[in-house]
Design a protein around this ligand. Structure first.
Ligand SMILES: [Zn+2]
Ligand SMILES: [Zn+2]
Length: 425
């Protein structure tokens, strides 16, 4: 219902005074300047009690509802037209009040783990980037197996082009058969794989780490593998990247990707920056993501605070599967890499599953999941609608259309302005 109305702001300061404005987007449902309206403001979590605002009169079809939003929670604003003693429902609208720490952050959608035709994906790195904008992402990285260069190709394809998608470098590191763990380097200033390929000093450093490892819970045959993981996480961080522990419950050759002893040690030590809570598993492989979720909640129950991300791990944008199914919402002050990385490491992110035809589901810390569900319902669809056109133009640019860059320039800043208008001034 409320998509037929402009509602602003959608996100207000908890504990503060605010005025929510409502205006119909079509003549149907327009607020009548000659009529009187009443708004019942209902706090979803019951904090502050419900309030009735009577005697509201629209001006030029715009109805303004002042209110003090007592606490961080979602609010329903049920509006009715007064017809004598009768109250004729005119719509229900939603806003969310957030505390100052969250108010200072904006939601940024991103996919931190994607493949291109430079490893085993289908489309070029530039195509993958453009397709990411088309589905409403604010940032992404191509993270090909053992290859950092494709992520730079995606960045180079749009160098000097006025776009709002942030394209970051990345790669996926794994060292089978000695070590089954897959680790994503998101945003590191250089690739880690060349250091591994060089052999030395990598091997000596890993051996030294292995010798220093405590024996608790780790079978001798996994010590070297775990030392390799520690070396990789450290090296990614040294390059300024976010080190992601990826898809431990992916089923490969009838086994979970990572043996239990290694998973347990990962959660005990948390040498990674973020856990890939949701990864690119097909519909028939839901078990892997479910196990990752159950494990996450179990580990949090032991008092651990585990930063999470969701990633498609897509190997093709146009095949109708995986791409766009799993992504991350990061709550950060800006979409600059340093802010995104700090927010992810600080557990200011949720993993989202958005399978076609199914309800979108956010997973992660309760406070953020609650807020994210409001944003997924009331705010992000507006953002995503603007991104579609930008993504199409980015694909035209990749295809060599000389007019695409100028058209993109005219759209630049549009999603930012939209979001600004939806947050209380
Ligand atoms: Zn992988
Ligand atoms: Zn992958």
């Amino acid at each position: 219902m409320s998509c037929h109305y402009d509602v602003w702001p959608r996100v207000v300061r908890a504990g503060g005074e605010g005025t929510v404005s409502l205006r119909a987007r079509s003549p149907h449902g327009r607020f009548d300047d000659a009529a009187e309206y009443e708004a019942t403001i209902v706090p979803m979590e019951g904090i502050g009690g419900r309030t009735v605002r009577a005697g509201l009169r629209p001006v030029a079809g715009c109805l303004r509802i002042p209110h003090t939003f007592a606490a961080e929670q979602e609010y329903a604003l049920a509006v009715a037209r007064c017809d004598g003693e009768a109250r004729v429902p005119a719509g229900e609208f939603r806003v969310y009040a957030v505390g100052p720490d969250l108010f200072a952050r904006r939601p940024f959608k991103g996919d931190l783990h994607l493949h291109s035709s430079e490893s085993d994906g289908r489309e070029s790195p530039a195509w993958v980037a453009a397709a990411c904008r088309r589905i409403g992402l604010d940032f992404m990285a191509v993270t090909d197996h053992w290859k950092y260069a494709p992520s730079l190709d995606a960045i180079a394809a749009f160098a000097g082009t006025p776009i709002d998608l942030r394209i970051f470098p990345g790669e996926e590191v794994h060292q089978e058969p000695d070590n089954p763990v897959h680790i994503v380097n998101f945003g590191g200033a250089h690739g880690i794989c060349p250091l591994i390929r060089a052999g030395e000093p990598y091997l000596s450093e890993v051996r030294a780490i292995a010798e220093g490892l405590g024996a608790d819970g780790l079978p001798p045959e996994l010590r070297f593998a775990y030392a390799q993981c520690l070396w990789t996480y450290r090296s990614i961080r040294a390059a300024g990247g976010v080190a992601i522990f990826a898809h431990p419950y992916w089923i490969w050759r009838a086994q979970y990707n990572v043996p239990e002893a290694l998973i347990a040690r990962h959660f005990a030590d948390q040498p990674f920056d973020a856990f890939e809570l949701l990864g690119g598993f097909h519909r028939y492989e839901t078990e892997s993501n479910l196990l990752q979720l159950a494990r996450y909640h179990d580990e949090c129950g032991r008092g651990r605070r585990i930063p999470v991300v969701g990633s498609s791990d897509s190997h093709g944008c146009e095949r109708g599967e995986l791409f766009g199914w799993y992504w991350t919402v990061v709550f950060a002050p800006t979409a600059e890499f340093a802010d995104l990385a700090a927010a992810i490491r600080g557990a200011h992110a949720v993993a989202v599953e958005a399978l076609p035809g199914e309800t979108r589901r956010a997973h992660g810390p309760f406070r953020l999941v609650k807020y994210a569900h409001f944003l997924l319902r009331e705010v992000l669809p507006l953002h995503d609608a603007l991104c579609v056109e930008e993504g199409r133009l980015m694909l035209d640019h990749v295809a060599g259309d000389p007019a695409a860059a100028a058209a993109l320039g005219r759209l630049q800043g549009r999603t930012r302005r939209l979001m600004d208008s939806l947050w209380q001034a």
